[in-house]
Write a protein that binds this ligand. Structure first.
Ligand code: FES
Length: 201
């Protein structure tokens, strides 16, 4: 797949920032993922061509960092499995998510509606067990609230995911006051923040 003119132009600008064009591999992988909704073989080849590294080197970077997704559903449910969450029941939360959706850890639903993954600490240990949906946080989960959350995702397939909504509807005790309400939220199974160097301006 050929990248759109806008993505191509953005990629050229990113590559031009680095003395060695191979240094642009990570932001270009984000661009490739945004261009096609996931990281494809064609997308990685494009990154290799633009950075002058081999397909194996591109794949090595893409497969090391878990936020580069070769396959992802419309929504991504990430259940923390690190120590605080583990001690407070994340295994049961993950089991509930898998049971309610029929999607085991590390897999995507056949209809592409949702992917499930267990992840290392997502920085909400004080509100364990924590989950992210499309990288939007919700804390203080229980197996029952996790079931309700993924059922809502499957039934309503919301356009935008907002941490404040998730916390209010499904969460328990948060680790801290999150402050002002985020008016934007996540708009896809990608980080809500723009990767460095890929903003429109
Ligand atoms: S251990 Fe789960 S958020 Fe830190």
């Amino acid at each position: 797949m050929t990248w759109s003119p806008a993505t191509s132009e953005r990629a050229d600008a990113i590559v031009a920032r680095y003395p060695e064009r191979r240094s642009a591999v990570m932001p270009l992988l984000y661009l490739a993922m945004r261009e096609e909704g996931r990281l494809t073989d064609e997308g990685m080849k494009e990154v290799g061509d633009r950075t002058g590294i081999t397909a194996a080197q591109v794949l090595a970077a893409a497969s090391f960092y878990t936020m580069y997704k070769r396959e992802v559903g419309r929504h991504l449910v990430s259940v923390c499995r690190s120590i605080s969450c583990h001690l407070l029941g994340s295994e049961a939360v993950l089991d509930a998510v898998a049971d309610e959706t029929g999607v085991p850890d590390g897999e995507t639903a056949l209809d592409g509606s949702l992917s499930v993954e267990s992840v290392e600490c997502i920085g909400a240990c004080g509100g364990a067990p924590a989950i992210q949906v499309d990288y939007e946080m919700v804390e203080g989960m229980t197996p029952d609230s996790a079931r309700a959350l993924v059922r809502w995702l499957l039934d309503e397939s919301p356009e935008v995911i907002r941490s404040d909504d998730l916390q209010g509807r499904f969460g328990g005790s948060p680790s801290f006051d999150p402050g002002p309400v985020d008016p934007v939220g996540a708009i896809g199974p990608f980080p809500a923040f723009g990767p460095y160097g890929t903003a429109a301006t």
